[in-house]
Write a protein that binds this ligand. Structure first.
Ligand code: NAD
Length: 369
């Protein structure tokens, strides 16, 4: 049998530093768990611009379309700020998302016990929290036409954006949410504003249709997105999977992220339609950017990128038990007080370097194998 394939794109700033730790972990799974990947590495963002004059070469795009999953570090940095819009590092990432048609963005909000005190909410509200926000990523108000700023009839101007969803756009992201729920606590909460938006009524009806016809075994509830925001900070543990549109998902996933402490801990996945082998097109990446303020200093927290690889194990490679193993190793290390400088420090312990955090996670993995 062929090994599953992985395209690794470290990118810019702290991207290569955190990805170096992920690469060691990928090798650990090959050596110790017999889980070997065919790994190719390539350039994205400013690093690709420096070599190819574009933030994503066509050859890299072809590889991304061919592999089972793409793992990306981060792109961007002050060196590239003055570049024309079309070749800015972020365009490389956007091209990947667009051409792979990654319509479902998965943002878990998981609060490791050892970090519960770093949340802005009370410990008992967030300790043990584990929710998943599924945001529609390629349609809705960020893409709908007409859009623009136009003169109005009174000598002023009017700014227009259009919220637009089709049946299939809603159904396909709903299916991703229901599939995820079946691997978790089997509950989906769909959020929209059906009380004031027709697109919200359509959203609610189509999610209900997918439920009734394809996933009747999953518990489905509906909530208005504003009430959902309130509930997320009041008692987030009531949720398992939340599915919502592009705009509300943008806001709600950031709210949920802050429940859990540091940007350096947050992974994400963006999934598309299933490929011939049944696996979805997939891009895994930390939520954070290239952090130029700490790049090259060994201060970056590699956990978000490592946890993104754990998501790849779970959602692209059907290795849920190995993903659990990796997440538990991260949790163990945090529990031992190993912390990069972005995390709340444990008294009497010196902050860990990026490499030190990687070493500690590998050691914790060794204890499980
Ligand atoms: P950022 O996420 O890079 O950094 C925000 C703050 O969080 C910084 O103080 C940084 O030091 C800290 N931080 C981020 N990740 C960390 C980690 N793993 N460990 C420890 N500390 C961490 O956001 P920014 O400063 O607004 O943007 C910097 C650059 O990254 C810009 O060029 C921006 O366009 C780009 N960016 C890229 C992505 C991406 O690649 N997906 C996302 C956001 C921003």
């Amino acid at each position: 049998m062929q090994n599953p394939s992985l395209l690794v794109l470290p990118g810019d700033g702290i991207g290569p530093e955190v990805m170096a730790e992920v690469t060691r972990i990928i090798e650990w799974f090959g050596d110790r768990r017999g889980l070997r990947f065919d790994v190719e590495e390539d350039l994205v963002g400013g690093a690709a611009y420096d070599v190819h004059g574009v933030p994503l070469a066509d050859s890299t795009m072809e590889k991304a379309q061919r592999v089972d999953a793409v793992l990306l570090g981060a792109v961007g940095g002050p060196k590239y700020d003055a570049l024309p819009f079309e070749v800015k590092p972020e365009r490389g990432l956007l091209r990947l998302r667009k051409e792979m048609d990654l319509f479902a963005n998965l943002r878990p909000a998981q609060c490791f016990d050892a970090l519960a005190d770093a949340s802005s909410l009370k410990r008992d509200v967030v300790a043990g929290l584990d929710i998943m926000i599924v945001r529609e990523l390629t349609s809705g108000i960020y893409f709908g036409e007409p859009r623009g700023i136009f003169p109005d009839n009174e000598g002023g101007r009017v700014g227009i954006n259009t919220q637009r969803y089709t049946t299939e756009e809603v159904r396909r992201v709903a299916r991703v949410a229901f599939e995820l729920a079946r691997r978790r606590q089997n509950r989906v909460c769909s959020m929209e504003k059906a009380n004031v938006m027709e697109s919200g009524i359509l959203w609610r009806e189509e999610v209900q249709w997918v439920h009734d016809n394809e996933y009747p075994d999953v518990e489905l509830s509906h909530m208005y997105a504003d009430a959902g925001g309130m509930q997320l900070v009041r008692w987030p543990k009531q949720f398992d999977v939340i599915v919502t549109d592009n705009l509300f998902g943008d806001l709600l996933s950031d709210v949920a992220a802050m429940l859990t402490g540091s940007l350096g801990m947050l992974p994400s996945a963006s999934l598309g339609a299933p490929m011939e082998n049944g696996r979805p097109k997939a891009l895994y990446e930390p939520v954070h950017g290239s952090a130029p303020d700490i790049a090259g200093q060994g201060k970056a927290n590699p956990c978000a990128c490592i946890l993104s690889f754990a998501m790849a194990l779970r959602y692209s490679f059907d290795q849920g038990a190995e993903a659990d193993r990796l997440e538990r190793a991260v949790e163990t290390v945090l529990g031992r007080g190993v912390r990069t400088p972005d995390l709340m420090q444990v008294e009497g312990k010196a902050p860990a370097t990026t490499r030190g955090m990687g070493d500690a996670i590998l050691a914790a993995l060794d204890e499980t194998a």
